[in-house]
Design a protein around this ligand. Structure first.
Ligand SMILES: Nc1ccn([C@@H]2O[C@H](COP(=O)(O)OP(=O)(O)OC[C@H](O)CO)[C@@H](O)[C@H]2O)c(=O)n1
Length: 412
């Protein structure tokens, strides 16, 4: 057993992208002895190339950026006392999250270069608001803070938007950024997708990761039917928020009656049950229509030699997130991104621990740390400085600085 654990912790398996990375992360988090051996951030060595800047290690280039934008994820505000995540391994600071949002808006306002826009990656208010009848009030609170932003805000929708509001209500709300502002090209219908060009030769594409979902879709709709049949195929648990896995026959269960009680065993299941973990009710997927639309938008961007940033609430690369947070049909999205020459980066939220991966084609997958699980003394937002050949993420608090050099096929 010890030998097995040793093998699992060896450097190669810690490597971002290895099948065991998520498991290692959890072992490292849960066991102080492992942290003592591997240090505070055992992944740093593997990430060094992505973190190096042309000038200083931690500052954007001296040359002015083409433009900048702010990023923030999973604010999940609710006017309730602090709590915890489902597995009770992380604190959630519901009331304080709006203060961190305010701090982010203030910081963006004080920057030398005014951000062109702010990207809010979804779950702006928490589902807990529903049982207090406080959804509208909570939304007003966060929107008031966002009014303090020095630039227009682009909202992405996450699972907590759908806990609080129906899809129709969201489409009619201030969280529908597709209908506000000039130059935003939405696809007509009930999908929340659009794209716009923040500066010449750049495009941002907003995706709807809950297009095929059992949350936010009417039970009589075709998309609900599709989602229900996907879930039926992959998850037989009575509570569909619980990830799939045959717990009865799993030898690891002799150590724990219920893996949901212990995040260590939860992560062992990540290794044993792998990417199937993503088939939970709090995730969703992209419809065929949406994928076709994405393909068309990216084809046009290829033709116009634009650089494209794609965003959604759910991450799409398994090495950029815990598998339990992945979009259901993530691999189809990856195939589409790979079939175009314009895509430089995919940005998501949802996994509050954050993540990052650069794939074999040089595309970057950034999952932002969530505000809701950020202690009051820290922060979780960033500013992206966009240059001709790279982007620089200046992270605050839990978010690390990163250099995101465009893939060679884009830089030419
Ligand atoms: N194993 C689980 C996990 C969650 N639930 C229930 O599902 C709902 C959504 O969960 P929540 O943790 O609030 O979702 P977030 O979007 O904040 O976070 C996603 C990832 O977990 C972040 O790492 C909620 O009702 C939970 O109680 C569950 O039943 N079983």
């Amino acid at each position: 057993m010890l030998l097995g654990a040793g093998r699992l912790l060896c450097s190669d398996r810690r490597r971002p992208g290895s099948a065991h990375e998520a498991f290692f992360r959890e072992v490292w988090r849960e066991l102080p002895a492992v942290r003592r051996v591997f240090g505070n951030s055992p992944w740093r060595g593997h990430r060094r190339s992505a973190r190096r800047t042309p000038g200083s290690a931690m500052e954007p280039c001296a040359e002015p950026p083409l433009f900048t934008f702010g990023v923030i994820a999973d604010v999940q505000y609710a006017d309730i006392d602090d709590g915890a995540n489902y597995t009770r391994t992380r604190a959630r600071y519901y009331r304080n999250s709006v203060r961190l949002l305010r701090r982010a808006c203030r910081a963006w306002s004080e920057e030398d270069v005014r951000p062109r826009f702010v990207l809010q990656l979804g779950d702006v208010i928490d589902g807990h608001n529903v049982k207090h009848g406080a959804s509208e009030r909570a939304l007003e609170t966060v929107l008031r803070e966002l009014d303090g932003c020095p630039a227009e805000v682009h909202h992405v929708w996450g699972n907590h938007e759908f806990y609080n509001f129906s899809r129709d209500a969201l489409l009619a709300s201030a969280l529908n950024s597709a209908r506000l502002g000039d130059g935003r090209l939405a696809r007509p219908g009930d999908m929340y997708v659009y794209h716009f060009s923040p500066a010449p030769c750049f495009r941002l594409v907003v995706l709807d990761a809950y297009d095929v979902s059992i949350i936010g879709r009417d039970e009589t709709s075709e998309k609900y039917e599709e989602a229900a049949s996907i879930m039926k195929e992959h998850n037989s648990n009575p509570d569909l928020n619980h990830p799939p896995g045959n717990h009865d026959n799993c030898p690891l269960m002799s150590f724990s009656q219920c893996r949901h009680n212990c995040s260590f065993f939860f992560s062992v299941h990540t290794v044993t049950h792998g990417l199937e973990q993503r088939f939970v009710k709090f995730n969703g997927g992209f419809s065929q229509d949406q994928l076709q639309w994405l393909d068309e938008v990216l084809s046009l961007a290829d033709t116009n030699q634009e650089k494209v940033i794609v965003v959604s609430h759910l991450p799409v690369h398994p090495s950029s997130t815990d598998p339990i947070c992945l979009a259901w049909n993530h691999s189809t999205v990856l195939s589409i991104l790979h079939s175009h020459s314009c895509v430089v980066c995919f940005i998501a939220g949802h996994d509050h621990d954050g993540g990052y991966h650069q794939d074999e084609l040089g595309l970057h997958y950034l999952t932002l740390e969530g505000v809701i699980e950020t202690p009051p003394h820290s922060d979780a937002y960033g500013t992206v400085y966009v240059y001709k050949d790279h982007m620089f993420l200046k992270g605050r608090g839990r978010i690390e600085d990163r250099v995101l050099r465009y893939p060679d096929h884009v830089n030419g």
